[in-house]
Design a protein around this ligand. Sequence first.
Ligand SMILES: Cc1ncc(COP(=O)(O)O)c(C=O)c1O
Length: 452
Amino acid sequence: MNTPINDLILSYAGSSPARFHMPGHKGRPLPGAEACDITEFDGADELYRARGVIAESEENAGRLFGCRTFYSAEGSSLCIRAMLYLTAMDAAAKGRGRARILAGRNAHKTFINTAAMLGIDVDWIRPENEGSLFSCGVTAQTLEAALSSAPYKPDAVYLTSPDYLGNILDVSPLSELCAGNGILLLVDCAHGAYLRFLTRSLYPTDLGADMCCSSAHKTLPVLTGGAYLHLSPRLPGFFARRAEEAMAFFGSTSPSYLILRSLDLANPYLETFSDRLAAFLPRAESLKKRLAQAGWTLAGDEPMKLTVLTKPRGYTGSELAAYMKSRGVICEFYDPDTAVFMLSCQNSGEELSRLESAFLSAEERPPLSGSPPRFILPERAMSAREALFSDSETLPVRSCLGRVLSSACVSCPPAVPIVTCGEIIGENSIECLEYYGTEECRVVSRAAQNSP
Ligand SMILES: Cc1ncc(COP(=O)(O)O)c(C=O)c1O
C-alpha cells in the first residue's frame, strides 16, 4: 500500500524549503512523537475538566497572556465555536432569548457556520470604502454607526484582527464603545498570538476585548492545532465557569497530547519571547524597507507578516508564489492580487536571505492592470440556519444567479465567504466568486426557496 501523505511530507521537508507559511515552528524540531502520544488516562488530567497538569499548564499560559486561558487542540476554529456558544448561553441566562451578533464581514467561515448552527442572528458591518473582501477596517465611527442603525442591541460585536492580509484593528476605542453599551466584544485573533509580546501589547484582551481566540500554531513554535481561548479577567465568572463545557460541546473526546504538550512547552519559550521578538523585529522591518525600495508594494500593519500587492510589479499573486517556490521560498497565501509571507523568529537568517534575494532578483515586468471587483453586500432571503438545513443542490457558479446560498462555499485560506448561508447570489456575488476561483455553490433547492 502506498503512503502518499507521508511521501509528500518527507519529500517537502527533504527539499529544505524556506517556510513562510504556518506553522510558526517553521519545521524546526519539536520534541518527538509516538512515545509522547498519550490519552486522558488517570493522572493525565482531562482537557475539558482540567484539574491537574492541564489546569496547571493553562494557568501558566494565563499568567503569560494576562487572561483566563483554555487550551484547544483543534485550532482557533474550536475556540470560535466556544465563544459563540458562550455568547448564546449568556443571552439565554439573561432572558434575552436568541443571541444576536454584529460582525465584521471578513469573518472566518467557522463563525458563519457556527452562528447558523446555533441559530444566532448575525448582522454585518462592512465599511463603505473597504477595498479588499478579506479586510474590514472597522473604526469606532463605523461601529457607532452600525450600532445606531441596527434595529436591536446586539449581545456581542465580533471582529477579526489581524486579518489574513495583516491589517490590525485599533481595538481600544472599539472595546470602549462596546463596554459603554453593555455589549461583549469578541475578537478572532487567530493570526496574532505574538501581539501580546510586542513592547506595547496589541493583544485584544489587553485592549479591552472580552474574549479572543488565537492560534498558537500560526505564529508561535507550537504544533498545528494548538490554540488558546482567552477570557478577559474583567468578564463575569459565568464565562469561565461555562468555558470548558462550551469547548467540550464541539471538541473531540480524544484531544492530542502532542499538541497539548507543545502548548505546554511554549510557556517557558514565551517567558523570554518578548526579547527574542524585539531582536527580530528590526530585521523584519529593514527587510520590508529594502523590498519597498526595490519597488515592491507592501500592505498591512502586522510586523511579522509580509503582504505583497503583486500587480504593480507585473505579477499576479499566483505567478509570484510560483516564482518564489521555484526559488525554494514557500508563501502562506496568494490570490490574484496578493501574496502573503508569514515571518517567525524561528525562520533562520539563511531563509530570510533566500526570501530577500528571490524578491530582489525577480524579473522586472510592466505593471498589470485589473483589480478585484467591488464587493456589494448580498441581500438576505432567509435565515442562515434555515438555508443551512434546507434541501439543496450543487450548481456551477454561473447557474446560481438569484439562488440562495445554502452552505458557505469557500476555500481556505483565507476562508472568508463571499456569500453566506441564506443570502441571494447576485451578479456581483458571481463576479467575486469567479474572480477568486470558486467553481460551484451549494444552493437551496428551488422548491425550498419558493416555499412560504
Ligand atoms: C482569521 C482566521 N480565523 C480563524 C481561523 C481558524 O484557525 P485554526 O486553523 O487555528 O482553526 C483562521 C485560519 O486560518 C483564520 O485565518
